[in-house]
Design a protein around this ligand. Structure first.
Ligand SMILES: [Zn+2]
Length: 290
């Protein structure tokens, strides 16, 4: 393909995405974490109902007016997200002289009680396993603004200035979702978009909602020398964007029984990649949830 032709193709792809994206339930994994105390979260679901976390990201995003990529990834406005993966450190959060990557955040006052604890716990979960440190914002220019907007979504990598990470109180305030969206903000795409994914999963294009096909495009990702990870918190479930909600769109190969789409906690390889991307001295292991 000639250079002008590829530029035109990229432009057309960009234009084709510039529409509001309706979404629907997708993942098939269940999350055992119970919602927080009802008095703290008056708008949350009843405590005794298990929550399909992966599906919740997509269903909560249904109808959002934000321009979302891959279900919950907000399009970067000022730059190509791909630069994140080609050694351009501007999309990474900077490391201080202390060897720590300190990321300021501001938590909307719309989150109360248990919601604040859940979000802060999700952020703090990165501290024990990496050199990432989330701190309440002072007057820093670049920061994560964690807001109760309509959906669970984030930009990819550091955008500069105030950068919204949305966790709708209706369905997004769960530790695994906080971790998932935070990994987007740290620069990670979805696992099934990896450049080598065709060796690990089969995409059944005919089962995908037509307007959602772009969610399954492969990306020229930097895989950081870490093997494909079915257990990544960034992997979508088997029925993501399925036409009828039941037919599989992503099937692990050669063993279709392998579980994908968990939203419980960071996997060991999620942590390994995070430490490699940010060149952390520490290496951590996934905490065990109970
Ligand atoms: Zn996502």
């Amino acid at each position: 393909m000639t250079l002008p032709a590829s530029l035109l193709l990229l432009l057309l792809l960009g234009l084709s995405r510039a529409v509001p994206l309706p979404e629907q339930d997708a993942d098939d994994e269940r999350q055992d974490e119970r919602p927080d105390e009802p008095e703290d979260e008056p708008e949350d679901e009843p405590e005794d109902e298990p929550v399909e976390i992966g599906a919740r990201i997509l269903s909560t995003n249904n109808g959002t007016k934000e321009f979302l990529l891959e279900g919950d990834l907000k399009a970067p406005i000022m730059r190509s997200a791909m630069k994140c993966w080609h050694g351009d450190d501007r999309c990474l959060w900077p490391k201080g002289a202390d060897g720590l990557v300190t990321i300021p955040y501001a938590l909307s006052g719309q989150f109360v009680g248990g919601q604040r604890r859940t979000i802060e716990s999700g952020l703090a979960s990165f501290h024990g396993v990496s050199c990432i440190r989330f701190v309440p914002r002072g007057n820093q220019r670049d920061f994560l603004s964690i807001e109760n907007q309509s959906g669970c979504f984030s930009t990819l990598g550091r955008q500069g200035g105030r950068q919204v990470l949305s966790l709708s109180r209706r369905g997004c305030v769960h530790r695994g979702i906080v971790q998932h969206e935070t990994l987007h903000a740290l620069g990670f795409k979805h696992e099934h978009n990896r450049s080598d994914r065709d060796s690990y999963v089969r995409i059944t294009w005919g089962n995908i909602q037509r307007q959602m096909v772009y969610n399954f495009e492969k990306a020229d990702t930097n895989n950081l020398g870490v093997p494909y990870d079915y257990s990544s918190i960034m992997h979508y479930g088997k029925t993501a964007f399925s036409m009828d909600g039941y037919k599989q769109t992503i099937t692990p190969i050669p063993n279709p029984k392998v579980q994908i789409g968990q939203r419980q906690t960071l996997s060991d390889r999620d942590i390994e990649k995070l430490n490699k991307l940010y060149k952390c001295d520490t290496t951590g292991k996934a905490e065990k949830t109970c």
